[in-house]
Design a binder for this molecule. Sequence first.
Ligand code: CP
Length: 303
Amino acid sequence: MKDLISITDLSIEELQELIAKAEDIISNPDEYCEKCKRKKLATLFFEPSTRTRLSFESAMLELGGSVIGFSEAASSSSAKGESVADTARTISCYADIIAMRHPKEGAPLVAANAASIPVINAGDGGHNHPTQTLTDLLTIYREKRRFNNLKVGFCGDLKFGRTVHSLIQAMSRYEGNSFVLISPEELRVPGYIKTDVLDKNKLQYKETDNWDDMAELDILYMTRVQRERFFNEADYLRLRDVFILTEDKLTNAKDDLCIMHPLPRVNEIERAVDSDKRACYFKQVLYGKYIRMALILKLLGVE
Ligand code: CP
């Protein structure tokens, strides 16, 4: 495997290897601090990011490597009309590996086909975000020690939330999982997720517009309503506050419920929930750095 464009580029065995590697890095960070000496990561971010870009950068720095890149399209030659393919070919002359975020679905694949170095999709439009999914999987594994027989609730913007699409794809590969898809009708998961992923794998799922299944959930994955993907501001304003997680909604939830969120949060989780022992979303941020360290090592072929 040269690139990571979709979470399904990784076999279940490769996923497990990455999880094991990340856990080893967490336990023995000093053993990894020079693994990428003289290697360079290029972060090409055509869309805003805090966690993904900075976790990639800190991952490479903690591996002893260095980082180049840009954090907005306006400061790159794409503002002068350069294509994604030409940008990727150019960066192949300067760096050893690329992490790319782009508003257009498929742009990282175009880059991967043009580049002679590995390309990692760091989020493409409303499509996929495989390294967030790796982050989510490491969080689930650290909390539950398994990927099967889990009831997972996804709540919020399930239409535009690319992290939701990638995580459903990933969890669909394990036995006994079921899904509760909580959203306003307008923000339900795209049809292809239902037909090509959930139905194809004969998975149990339920679409709902209420919190009634909270007591049965093992994981609750909250998401932000993605303002930047709406065509109409009035629709965003109407839908943004429909689902807000508050402490009182957790009264009947399991003691070991794992509450996740890819972040950034706007106001879909009340601040009071942050101190609930079931809130895992800031641990999730930290795990994102370790799993990206493991991924960089794998794609660079570093033992
Ligand atoms: N979760 C995530 O992708 O966050 P950023 O947009 O800040 O990178």
